[in-house]
Design a protein around this ligand. Sequence first.
Ligand SMILES: Cc1cc2nc3c(=O)[nH]c(=O)nc-3n(C[C@H](O)[C@H](O)[C@H](O)COP(=O)(O)OP(=O)(O)OC[C@H]3O[C@@H](n4cnc5c(N)ncnc54)[C@H](O)[C@@H]3O)c2cc1C
Length: 418
Amino acid sequence: MKKKNQKVHKDSNIKVVILGSGFAGVNVYQYLHKLVHGFGVSFYMVSDVNYFQFTPLLHEVASGLLRPEDIISPIRENINCCVGDFILDKVVSIDVNARIVKLEHTSINFDYLVIATGASTNYRGIEGAKEYSYPLKTIDDAAELKNKVIALFEGREESSSDSEISIIVVGGGPTGIEIATELSDLTDNLAPLYKSIKKENIKISIFNATENFLNGFPDVLKKSVKNAFKKGRISLRLDAAVQKVEEATLVLKSGESAHFDLLIWAGGVLPNTPEMNLPSFDITKRITVTDYLNLEGYAHIFAIGDVSDIKDHPVPQLAQVAIDEAKVCAYNILQSIEGKPLVKYRNSLKGFLLSLGRFNAASEVGSMLFLGFTAWVLWKFFYLSMMFGKGSKIKILFDWFFDAFESRDLLKIDKNKR
Ligand SMILES: Cc1cc2nc3c(=O)[nH]c(=O)nc-3n(C[C@H](O)[C@H](O)[C@H](O)COP(=O)(O)OP(=O)(O)OC[C@H]3O[C@@H](n4cnc5c(N)ncnc54)[C@H](O)[C@@H]3O)c2cc1C
């Protein structure tokens, strides 16, 4: 699939519009730009934020291991050549026939469109879930979560109460597991700084709706996860579907209830599907694409990353999938411009990687299994290689190195207090 384009004419004046500045959007720009640089193709990117955020490290921001600015990178630094414009705006709808994207403040037409608007936290319509829980999907969520943990400890100290602190994570997928193990480390670091708080009184629990947690992950990895839970005093509740959330109380479908001081919602994602004038279109679902990653009947409209799914070949919502899809999508746009046949996307999951707190991880790459410290190093460097910008990589490396010898960043910054 490697080739440098020779045939796109210099004056071709083709307008490629990319919606979203996440893994899929930025990578499709980077791959396609390499293929068509200097041949009259201009790129337009639309996003509701002017940065790229590196989600696989959000839990490390929430636990004070990394600073928020470490894992975001200015979008204008990442897309800076053959660029018609970067538009900071929200996508509202797409007229697939007229080839126009309607934004909140303007609209834009396209020759080729790549929809890469990702996904948001899914509260599944559960009463009180959004109101009383903290999500972990954006850089602001991560910073707010860390502030909340510290505020919780400060509140306990002020009231000199030594009662139990209950932190509940809803969702036994990778995000739920990673944030629970990371918070176990954070609270272990915090506890000795407060006279009233004893480590043993901090209870972290994960509530998973079904019998099976970490769906799709190999059993051998689940075993190391359970060991990490023992070490981190984390309890796992299976078959514990949430019915509703009240202030400080989680009510399960079984009728049981559980008290919480902090509730984190890691119960899945909902695609950010824009409104489209397509037959039998459902805005609440991922956009169905062909094996070539374009819409059936609309060869010049592609949808990749978390917002889309492939017809008859479902793909997981992962950064590594978004990046691989971006590669195929870029190549197919070039093939289409040249009037050549498109290639099919083949799911090429490299493996499973899961961080389990400080110096601990579990990963399966091909048939090789890595656990503990080795997996932790592998995990760190695999994700570091996916981050954009030399500056960000250096900042992350520096913070990880610093954390190995020193405590994490335990500052609570109150945005409203000036
Ligand atoms: C906490 C957490 C941890 C994760 N850990 C891992 C991991 O370890 N490994 C892994 O492979 N994956 C991980 N993932 C999943 C991974 O983040 C996603 O699969 C990946 O981000 C998908 O890329 P994307 O480009 O499709 O979406 P995103 O990266 O979410 O990008 C979507 C972009 O679209 C923009 N946007 C959204 N709606 C609109 C709109 N209406 N108008 C304009 N712009 C819009 C957003 O601002 C964003 O720029 C994790 C996710 C989370 C939340």
